[in-house]
Design a protein around this ligand. Structure first.
Ligand code: ZN
Length: 157
């Protein structure tokens, strides 16, 4: 048995007592500061309340920004997967992945090494032996996008 723990010296006891007093005073000061701090104003002003319930609002498609009915798995305008649980349903998951891979071969997407690597790897995972066919369609889509003229931007009047 250690004697210093069983019979602490008076200096050690005094140090623990001072530490305890400082901790109690600090906790008391924090409690007083917390109670005296004025409450923040309501973050939702009247304008937000007048707009209505955001949960009840009609959701928008993330691709085409068209409204779609809430219990929808896919956007009725552009077929993008918009359902909340598409990736958890084995049946809908197949169509979601198919829509994503179709974007690589016939759609427009932001080109970066990450998206291209994702299309190549996901295509290899999904199509196995037929992956080279998918990669060929991906390359053709990339070349077609390179040959097309850049989009004309509308200038403000
Ligand atoms: Zn859409």
């Amino acid at each position: 048995m250690n004697d210093s723990l069983a019979n602490p010296s008076p200096e050690t006891s005094l140090a623990w007592l001072v530490l305890l007093v400082v901790a109690v005073i600090g906790a008391w000061r924090c409690l007083v500061w917390w109670l005296e701090t004025p409450a923040e104003p309501d973050p939702w002003d009247n304008e937000a309340v007048e707009l209505g319930d955001p949960v009840a609002a009609e959701p928008l498609c993330l691709r085409c920004l068209e409204p779609h009915p809430h219990p929808a798995a896919f956007c009725p305008h552009c077929c993008a997967p918009v359902g909340d649980f598409n990736n958890y349903s084995p049946y809908l998951y197949v169509f979601s992945v198919g829509e994503l891979l179709r974007t690589g071969t016939s759609g427009s997407f932001r080109r970066s090494w990450l998206t291209l690597a994702g299309f190549v790897i996901l295509g290899a995972m999904e199509y196995l032996l037929f992956a080279p066919v998918y990669w060929l369609c991906l390359v053709l889509n990339l070349r077609r996008r390179n040959d097309s003229p850049p989009p004309v931007l509308n200038s403000p009047p």
